[in-house]
Design a protein around this ligand. Sequence first.
Ligand SMILES: Cc1ncc(COP(=O)(O)O)c(C=O)c1O
Length: 432
Amino acid sequence: MMFNQELINQIRVAFPRAVTDFTGQKRAFFDNGTATLVVDKAAEAEAEARINCSANVGAIFAESKQAEAVIQAGRQAVADFLNAPSPSTIVSGESATSLFFNLSYALGKELTGRENVVTTDYEHYTNISPWVELEERGKIQQLRFSKLNMEEGTMDMEHLQGLIDSNTKIVTVTSASNMLGTKSPLEEIGKMAKEVGAYFLVDAVHHIAHGPTDVQAMDCDFLVFSGYKLFGSHGSYLYGKQEHLEALKPFKVKPATNIPPGKYEWGTRNQATFASISGVMDHFHWLSDQIKSQDGEKYGLLGEKKRSLRIAMDAIEKYEVGFSKSILTGYDDVPGLLDIPGVTVFGIRDVNRLIERDPTFSIEVDNIPGDEIAQRLWKEAGIAARAANFYSYAQDVYNQPNVYRISLVHYNTHEEIRIFLKALNEIVLSKK
Ligand SMILES: Cc1ncc(COP(=O)(O)O)c(C=O)c1O
């Protein structure tokens, strides 16, 4: 069973705010690129951990031991989700931004000022500013930006290859652009980095909810994502190869452990955050049970939990390709973005290449500012999305500082897309 109507209904029950907001207003939540709604299992587990094991770890009494168990289970759940070899490779932090800065400080200690860092023109600033800091402090010689194929919003792989040389110490890319929706060819980029002995870093924050993320398949050295973009609470996770986590010297207070992952973690952990991410994984396990893939071959080498999570994320990815197609081409009675006059769609528009993008669409409409589109779609059709600066460097590159963006996840529906397209079409027509 894939995503049939019965399953879609069940998924929407699992997200208490999928249909209406807290005031009871019906709306289509399309602001998922900014933060997703929370799944019931994550919120319940978080509250339970908050109440039952609020004690700090390291003591002999039950609440403290339970807090430790919850944290360890959360690390294991994240490791399973990423196909990481062990929970000791999972570091937690306040946000993806804080984890990137933390990592950049540790990597910076290894650098001599002669090296370069290579990134891309469609990164979130989280994956730019830490390297600019290193450049400004003379820790690296240059931060290099790989160009895009502007028309289709994809990475210019030839240009990227040309930027990487024997002085490249870090190649760092997003797994998908939070403005364009474009996915990066991570395995290929990883190989380029490895050829010159550079670290390969991945910002998985945007893509994380939209499909599988496998750190062993892409052979990355580090990868970061955030729980609030994945149906859970705030709090973020960094995967690092065990040998790197052991060798690097992060900024830390002296009495804190020197053993990873703890040596990278600033201050006391929030056990409720770990409970939340375990709850998210329980949702995916439930989803996987509903789907029950027969594709034993493909998943043969993975253990039970990893296999179950992969089945869920593969199914989500496939389902979301259908969203992208409908957003672009519409339905029998409603034109899609490609056919609404005056609408410019950024990113991949070729319907045969939709597996190369997430259902995140930034658009520009002739003569209608992004804020007006956002307001009218909200008021007239209950579409919850925004025009904003999403901290994407691509917005600078495309000169779109305040672009209107929708981003869909697996609790959204085709009915919501139809409402969105109908309303947008009417807004455009009313301006003619
Ligand atoms: C691709 C990408 N990277 C990083 C971030 C920042 O994440 P955090 O708020 O956890 O620092 C975002 C947030 O929008 C993002 O989309």
